[in-house]
Write a protein of this length. Structure first.
Length: 355
C-alpha cells in the first residue's frame, strides 16, 4: 500500500485508487488537492481546520477555567513530609486534591513505625487498608504499602514484641489478597498477577518466621511481677486493655491465674471498651446467678468494635486543613492553633478520603 510508513490521512494529502494503482493528489504550491476532487477536498479541509481550531479553543478555555478555580480553592497542597494539605472546601473538592494513596505516600509512615508511640497506630491503619481500601490505592501506594509492611515485620522479628498484632495483620491481608486475586479479571489489583502471587508468598514466609520465634526468658534475678504484693499485681493487670493479654498473663503462674479471673477486673474491661447499652444487650449469667463479665467481654468483642487508644495519633487542623502527626508544628494562621486540632483514629483518617 502507498501509505505504509506514512499516514495517508495526513493534512494536505489524498490517495485515490485508479487503474494504475493508488495515486496521491497534492498541490505543492498551495498545499491543496488537485484533480477532480480538489474543490471538495479544499472545502472539507477548511471545515476540518475550523473544527480543530474550535476544539482547541474550547479545551484551552476549560483548562484556564479549571486552573482559575483550583487557584482559588486550593491554597496549599503538599508542603513537607511532616504535614500534608487535605482539603479546603467541599467534599468533592477535597477528593479532587488528595486521595488516600497520595496521603499514604506523603506521610512518613516508615519513620513512624520506629516510634513506639505511633507503631500501633500505623499497624491498625495497615489492617484497615488491607480489609477494604487496598484496591483504592494507586500502584505506587500499593508498593509503598508492602515496603512499610516489610519494615514492620522486620522490626517485630528483631524486637520480638507485638507478635500477635502483626500475625493478625498478615492474616487479614492474606485473606483479602486471596479474594482479590480470584477477581483479577475485573482489574481490581494494579500490576502483574505474578507480582501479587510473589507478595502473597512473602506474607506466608513472614507468618512462618513469626511462628518460629522462640522468646527466651532474660537472665534477670531481680524482682519479678509475682514478687510484688497482690494489690500491685492486680493494679498492673488493670492497665491491660486486651482481654487476650489478661488470659495469657494468667497462664504464667498459679497466683496470676487466680487474679486474672477477678470479676471486677473483667467488669472494668467491659465498661472501658463498650457502652452501657451494648453491655445490657449481651448479658450472660454464671451458674451462681452472677454476671459473667469474662464471657460477656469476649461476646461483646465479636459484636462491637473495641475502644482504640494510641500513644500518638494523626491530627487534623480544622482551620488550615493540614494533616500532621501530633506534636509536629505547621504554619497555622489561627489565633489559637491548639484549639483547632482534632485527633484522628485510623478509621477517621481513611474516612477523610471517602466519596
Amino acid at each position: 500500500m502507498p501509505f505504509l510508513g506514512q499516514d495517508w490521512r495526513s493534512p494536505g494529502q489524498s490517495w485515490v485508487k485508479t487503474a494504475d494503482g493508488w495515486t496521491r493528489f497534492l498541490d505543492e504550491k498551495s498545499g491543496g488537492y488537485v484533480g477532480d476532487i480538489s474543490s471538495f477536498c479544499k472545502k472539507d479541509d477548511h471545515n476540518k481546520e475550523n473544527l480543530f481550531n474550535s476544539l482547541n479553543y474550547d479545551v484551552a478555555a476549560k483548562k484556564r477555567k479549571k486552573d482559575l478555580l483550583n487557584n482559588k480553592a486550593k491554597t496549599q497542597y503538599f508542603h513537607q513530609e511532616k504535614w500534608i494539605y487535605v482539603h479546603k472546601g467541599s467534599t468533592k473538592e477535597r477528593h479532587g486534591y488528595c486521595t488516600l494513596g497520595e496521603a499514604f505516600n506523603r506521610l512518613d509512615f516508615s519513620s513512624a513505625i520506629l516510634d513506639s508511640r505511633r507503631f500501633n497506630y500505623v499497624v491498625r491503619l495497615l489492617e484497615l487498608i488491607a480489609k477494604s481500601q487496598l484496591t483504592s490505592l494507586s500502584g505506587i501506594a500499593q508498593k509503598n504499602y508492602m515496603n512499610i509492611l516489610e519494615k514492620v515485620v522486620q522490626k517485630v522479628l528483631e524486637d520480638q514484641q507485638n507478635i500477635r498484632l502483626i500475625r493478625e495483620l498478615l492474616q487479614t491481608l492474606y485473606t483479602s489478597l486471596c479474594t482479590l486475586v480470584q477477581r483479577v479479571g475485573k482489574s481490581v489489583l494494579v500490576g502483574n498477577i505474578n507480582m501479587w502471587v510473589h507478595r502473597m508468598e512473602s506474607i506466608l514466609h513472614w507468618q512462618q518466621q513469626l511462628n518460629n520465634i522462640q522468646i527466651t526468658r532474660p537472665a534477670f534475678k531481680g524482682t519479678t511481677l509475682t514478687d510484688l504484693p497482690l494489690c500491685l499485681q492486680l493494679n498492673i493487670m488493670q492497665r491491660l486493655s486486651d482481654g487476650r493479654d489478661l488470659v495469657s498473663l494468667g497462664q504464667v503462674a498459679p497466683n496470676l491465674q487466680v487474679l486474672s479471673e477477678d470479676r471486677l477486673l473483667w467488669k472494668k474491661l467491659c465498661q472501658y471498651h463498650f457502652t452501657d447499652r451494648q453491655i445490657r444487650k449481651r448479658l450472660i449469667l454464671s451458674d451462681k446467678g452472677h454476671l459473667d463479665w469474662k464471657k460477656m467481654y469476649f461476646k461483646l468483642v465479636r459484636c462491637y468494635p473495641r475502644k482504640e487508644q494510641y500513644g500518638d495519633t494523626l491530627q487534623l487542623c480544622r482551620h488550615c486543613h493540614i494533616l500532621s502527626w501530633k506534636g509536629t508544628d505547621h504554619p497555622c494562621t489561627a489565633n489559637n492553633p491548639e484549639t483547632c486540632s482534632t485527633s484522628l483514629s485510623p478509621q477517621d483518617f481513611i474516612n477523610l478520603f471517602r466519596f
